[in-house]
Design a protein. Structure first.
Length: 605
């Protein structure tokens, strides 16, 4: 038995390791959930999910311990790896209100930057206790029994565990694993990642998200096919000259201001509650020369940078892997953006964000977008705050200051922060708006505080529009619906008559396009994806439209709402997963600009 792979030491090591990982997975879920009763309830109700999380963690233990001959040293290393993972998960949730994703590993700097702001949130007793335990295990390792496994046994365990782990990493390409997940009704809940990690378990959710970090080239990607696609786009535009792609104005170009207001939504759409006053009275007033509609956001409750990605580039989240964050994962080189295109028209491009510059990797992305200037939270001097964030009124004042100081026409992309979650009295403020209805007290508190936030945003919008004295176009919209809590939307009965209609209701935010240079009457633009606003703005400003923007304008005529969760055609019909004839063109050009060799850039911009 001594030279056998299945020696007593091998069997003891396997059984002992299995029990150790069983203890570890319970500790992992308990630490991340923060409640042992909730953890035990989850295990009881989701036995398959628990066992799968346990199995994945056990595979990791087998692989790590196979790398060293001393079992206890291997377990120490394994424990340290899991501990670091759990700490990142816990404090990323606390600080950023989102889980630990695989692609976060590509942004060590962002994680390190979180540390100074996280120290107040750290449970020092828990942290010190775990560190002391690990330290004691390391110090007294020499007094523990020496359980050594033969090199052959470790090789077999290491290779087997590694191969199985790799198969899970590529679960989306392995039919057997996909079939097992489908039969077990295990779904990667990419549209609500916090719920994903809570329902599926931390380890499994992390694994399920790995495919989102990969982008595979289209099978038809080549220079010749790109040139054919460019010719096809030019043919479309030549046959549809009313896209206004070559219309120039002799008058001074207007300022163009985008305001992406944090979680701006109309809470009064909930029919089972009433408000002591209208939350957004100015937005709903008859604002002269304005176009209103509904932005079809690619996000729900979070993921602001993905909405910004579409609005700034005209590219679509629909053609990227589930759960992607382009600002963090994909934008590594200059790509055409509103900032760079408008600079060619003599604009000064300015980004303003009332939060830290590094968040969502904006400080790097904006350089690649060719912004002239980026103003962040640190550039505001003694700003008024509402709760923990800079007030929206400060954004309006800063926008007015920038356009007054700029001799050239200004393009400003402004991202507010005041009404970011969480919506509770500890992190926000008292609300003057009271809610009545048959909903829970927790839901009522969240809705009242949120409503005060949009009311403040509405007042800031009024202040801005009433104080603009130069020719200007303002595009104002919410990035996504607020993250009011997992049950609040159910309590508010925000439901559709079908799953697609439900998806639409949870992705629509108010949109306003205002200007002081036209005589157009108030109109309704309907549902529109963020990227399709670009050609609308260019036409309103009488600016020459690049061919790609002309294509977006043509696409929008027939399919104004284009997203991964729901599509909306020009007749208002909803669908999902049904490709229209223009999508292969859109998708191929997007790959070329974002990942490929940019064969099309010189011809479309």
């Amino acid at each position: 038995m001594k030279n056998s792979c299945f020696s007593k030491n091998f069997i003891n090591r396997f059984i002992g390791g299995a029990f150790f990982s069983l203890f570890v997975i319970v500790m992992v879920e308990w630490s991340c959930r923060g409640d042992i009763q909730e953890t035990l309830y989850w295990i009881q109700k989701n036995v398959k999910l628990f066992l799968l999380n346990y199995f994945l963690l056990f595979l990791l233990e087998l692989f790590i311990t196979s790398l060293v001959s001393n079992l206890f040293m291997g377990l120490f290393i394994y424990s340290c790896v899991v501990f670091v993972f759990v700490m990142i998960e816990i404090y990323k949730m606390k600080f950023l209100n989102e889980p630990f994703f695989p692609w976060d590993l590509l942004f060590v700097k962002q994680i390190v930057n979180l540390l100074p702001g996280m120290y107040k949130e750290v449970n020092l007793i828990y942290l010190i206790g775990v560190l002391v335990l690990l330290l004691l295990l390391f110090i007294f390792r020499k007094y523990l029994p020496k359980i050594r496994i033969s090199a052959l046994s470790r090789l077999i365990l290491g290779l087997a565990s590694l191969l199985i782990l790799i198969s899970f990493v590529f679960w989306d390409r392995i039919d057997l694993l996909q079939s097992l997940l489908n039969k077990s009704k295990i779904e990667n809940i990419v549209w609500e990642q916090k719920e994903n990690y809570k329902h599926n378990g931390v380890i499994l959710s992390f694994i399920l998200n790995i495919p989102s970090a990969r982008v595979v080239p289209p099978s038809d990607y080549s220079e010749s096919n790109i040139m054919k696609t460019v010719s096809e786009i030019n043919k479309i535009l030549d046959e549809n000259s009313d896209t206004d792609r070559h219309k120039l104005s002799s008058s001074k170009a207007p300022n163009i201001i985008y305001i992406m207001n944090e979680a701006f939504w109309d809470p009064s759409v909930a029919s089972n509650v009433s408000f002591s006053q209208e939350p957004i009275p100015y937005y709903k007033s008859q604002i002269p020369n304005s176009t209103k509609g509904w932005l079809l956001s690619p996000q729900f409750g979070g993921g602001t940078s993905n909405v910004e990605f579409e609005a700034m580039t005209g590219l679509s989240m629909k053609y990227l892997p589930e759960g992607s964050i382009p600002y963090q994962q994909y934008i590594k080189r200059p790509i055409p953006s509103l900032a760079s295109v408008l600079k060619e028209h003599g604009y000064k491009s300015i980004a303003i964000h009332t939060y830290v510059k590094w968040f969502w990797n904006r400080s790097n992305v904006y350089k690649l977008f060719d912004f002239d200037k980026f103003i962040g939270e640190e550039d505001f001097v003694n700003p008024e705050k509402r709760g923990v964030y800079i007030a929206d009124i400060e954004m309006s004042k800063r926008i007015l200051n920038e356009i007054n100081q700029t001799s050239e026409p200004a393009f400003i992309y402004a991202i507010t922060m005041q009404n970011h979650s969480a919506y509770n009295k500890e992190s926000k403020y008292e609300s003057s708006i009271k809610v009545k209805g048959r909903i829970s007290e927790l839901a009522k508190e969240s809705l009242e505080i949120y409503s005060q936030g949009v009311h403040d945003a509405d007042s800031a919008l009024k202040y801005l529009l009433e104080n603009i004295n130069e020719p200007t176009i303002v595009v104002f919209f919410g990035d996504h619906l607020p993250n009011l809590g997992s049950t609040v939307y159910d309590e508010l009965e925000i439901r559709g008559n079908s799953p697609l209609e439900q998806d639409l209701k949870l992705k629509e935010t108010p949109l306003l396009i205002w200007d002081n240079i036209s005589n157009r009457s108030q109109e309704n633009i309907g549902v529109i994806s963020p990227g399709f606003i670009i050609p609308e703005v260019f036409k309103r400003a009488n600016l020459e439209m690049p061919e790609f923007y002309g294509f977006l304008d043509y696409f929008r005529r027939y399919y104004p709402g284009n997203s991964k969760s729901v599509d909306v055609d020009s007749n208002g019909q909803l669908s999902k997963g049904v490709k229209n004839k223009l999508e292969p063109i859109y998708q191929l050009i997007q790959y070329d600009l974002l990942f490929g060799k940019k064969f099309s850039e010189a011809y479309l911009f």
